[in-house]
Design a protein around this ligand. Structure first.
Ligand code: OOB
Length: 539
């Protein structure tokens, strides 16, 4: 039995014994994440690293640019170990900022463009971030206004760096500096926290997932090898780059390891994505199931040349078997199902798996060192092939969320397994079939909506006595968000509820799609809201 200890600042490290094993077995290379780019610049200086609208940047150029960014960040009064909230859209600067922070020993807190005040304020406070890096605006949303609000509420936030028109803040473009002799770069410890990912969240607000250089480097490099990435690959970041899937499974970091090139697309519509695939001769990309279905349908009317695409990764939510077959035949590329989680464990179907497994399973664990248990409600291992909850532990799975001791006591077993909340069946080959979730989260097209969090906000609406959020099956999104309310007087309109939640700073994807009225909510034997019954009655 290994013990878990929590660092004084709320970080739960790998137990010494597990860390020693991961090193001894060669999973952890003992290198900082930034070494991926350093190695790229050494091995492939002239190869394209970033493919942008105005040309390409080779590895040597990108590396030099990252160097100037790292030193420029440290020239502000930011010191190694400090957290920096990053909220950028899919643009090449994302890579410069990410590696710049890593090289400077600063810890990026990777939030998604769709996050709004409630999430950003919470994550800034929880991480104790001293800086926030965002674009001026995306669509009609102005991140500078968000920054101003968060800075008012969270005193630790000293710097706001804006990509684009900075208004009253600092222009990100003025940060890089070539005063290399004056500002030295720190020695980064591979066992330190490299970056923080944001959890989909099961209860209340999102949690922070601290990933070390060692574990995340392994995550990305082992994934790159599994996907057989080479310097000839071109990866298209279609999903938000700050998400674990496009970032490190193998994604951006995996491609840098292989010496390949990265292209970005701001919106994942077939029009934009197909044009980018054709233009950059993209070989690999990753999407969520609804997007895969949309792309599948779009090949009928879009006449872009997609012949360069060799691997289409689909994950984030369950891809129905019928859709898996359709994707393979419509897009021509090899399909890979990816069942992963920001907490760690990633399962992949292999490139040479028989079609049956690729279509009907969500893959098997990346690493031979991944430990997977499938257990019943009492935590006992179920018989092979039987449905149960997936528990996991391994060289790239966290041992606890950052600064969340109470939640950790429930979300992890005493011997360090993460309770995923996912219901799975395991085949003799080790492949897993995901059959549902025990956690109360709605998976809306790959975005996780925490029912608890949404309910808390709904209950704040005048006249709402009880509120329950449930996911209802939906052909396009997998699940839609249905809010069931017990109210005094008139039921508010859906538009009024959405406006109210938006005003409270909730992300757009968490807003209910449907609103229903109930006289009372069904409860379980111990008095908890019975979501299963509710789902059955509302579905
Ligand atoms: C990925 O990571 P998260 O942290 O946004 O969400 C994790 C949860 C899983 O626990 C599971 O409930 C669900 O999303 N999920 C899937 C799935 N992939 C993720 N459910 C069914 N089938 C799948 N293929 O979503 C993520 C992280 C890395 C790679 C890919 C996805």
């Amino acid at each position: 039995m290994t013990s878990t200890s929590t660092h004084s600042d709320g970080y739960v490290p790998f137990p010494a014994e597990a860390a020693a094993d991961a090193r001894a077995q060669g999973y952890w290379a003992g290198l900082p994440l930034d070494a991926l780019l350093r190695a790229g610049a050494r091995r492939f200086p002239d190869r394209p690293a970033l493919l942008t609208a105005d040309g390409t940047r080779d590895y040597a150029t990108l590396d030099a640019e990252v160097d100037r960014m790292a030193r420029g960040l440290l020239a502000l009064d930011i010191t190694p170990g400090d957290r920096v909230v990053v909220q950028l859209p899919n643009v090449p600067e994302f890579v410069v900022v990410l590696f710049g922070l890593l090289r400077a020993g600063l810890v990026p807190v990777l939030t998604l463009p769709a996050h709004r005040r409630a999430e950003i304020e919470h994550l800034t406070r929880l991480s104790g971030a001293v800086a926030y890096i965002a674009a001026d605006r995306v669509g009609d949303f102005d991140y500078r206004q968000l920054a101003a609000t968060v800075q008012r509420e969270v005193p630790s936030l000293r710097h706001v760096l804006i990509l684009g028109e900075p208004a009253t803040f600092t222009d990100l473009a003025t940060v890089p500096t070539s005063r290399a002799s004056e500002i030295s770069l720190p020695q980064v410890e591979p066992s330190d926290i490299a970056l923080m990912l944001v959890s989909g969240g099961t209860t209340g607000l999102p949690k922070l997932i601290a990933r070390t250089h060692d574990d995340y480097r392994y995550n990305a490099t082992a994934s790159a090898e599994l996907c057989a990435l080479t310097a000839d690959d071109v990866y298209l970041a279609t999903l938000p780059a700050a998400h674990n899937f496009p970032l490190a499974c193998p994604g951006i970091l995996g491609v840098v390891h292989a010496g390949g090139a990265i292209a970005f697309v701001g919106d994942p519509s077939p029009e934009s994505a197909f044009a980018a695939i054709e233009r950059h001769r993209v070989t690999v990309t990753s999407v969520v199931p609804p997007l895969a279905q949309l792309w599948c349908a779009a090949v009928e009317w879009e006449d872009a040349d997609l012949s360069s695409l060799r691997l289409l990764q689909v994950g984030g939510a369950k891809l129905a078997e019928v859709n898996a077959r359709a994707v393979t035949s419509a897009l021509g590329a090899t399909l890979q199902q990816v069942f992963g989680m920001a907490e760690g464990l990633i399962n992949y179907t292999r490139l040479d798996d028989p079609a049956e497994l690729v279509h009907a399973t969500q893959g098997r664990p990346l690493s031979p060192a991944d430990e997977v248990r499938v257990v019943d409600a009492d935590g006992k291992d179920v018989a092979p092939g039987t449905e149960g909850e997936l528990l996991t532990r391994g060289p790239y799975t966290i041992r606890g969320y950052y600064r969340a001791p109470e939640h950790n006591a429930r979300a992890f077993t005493p011997d360090g397994y993460y309770r995923s909340g996912d219901l799975v069946r395991r085949l003799p080959s080790g492949h897993l079939i995901v059959s549902g979730r025990i956690k109360d989260v709605i998976n809306r097209g790959g975005e996780n909506v925490s029912c608890d969090e949404l309910e808390e906000h709904l209950l704040a609406y005048p006249g709402v006595r009880h509120a329950a959020a449930v996911g209802l099956p939906d052909d396009a999104l997998g699940e839609t968000v249905c809010a069931v309310l017990v109210v005094d007087g008139e039921l508010p309109t859906l538009a009024a509820i959405k406006a109210f939640l938006t005003e409270r700073g909730l992300a757009t994807y968490k807003l209910p799609d449907l609103l229903r009225r109930a006289q009372s909510l069904p409860v379980t034997a111990v008095g908890k809201i019975d979501k299963k019954a509710l789902r059955a009655s509302e579905g």
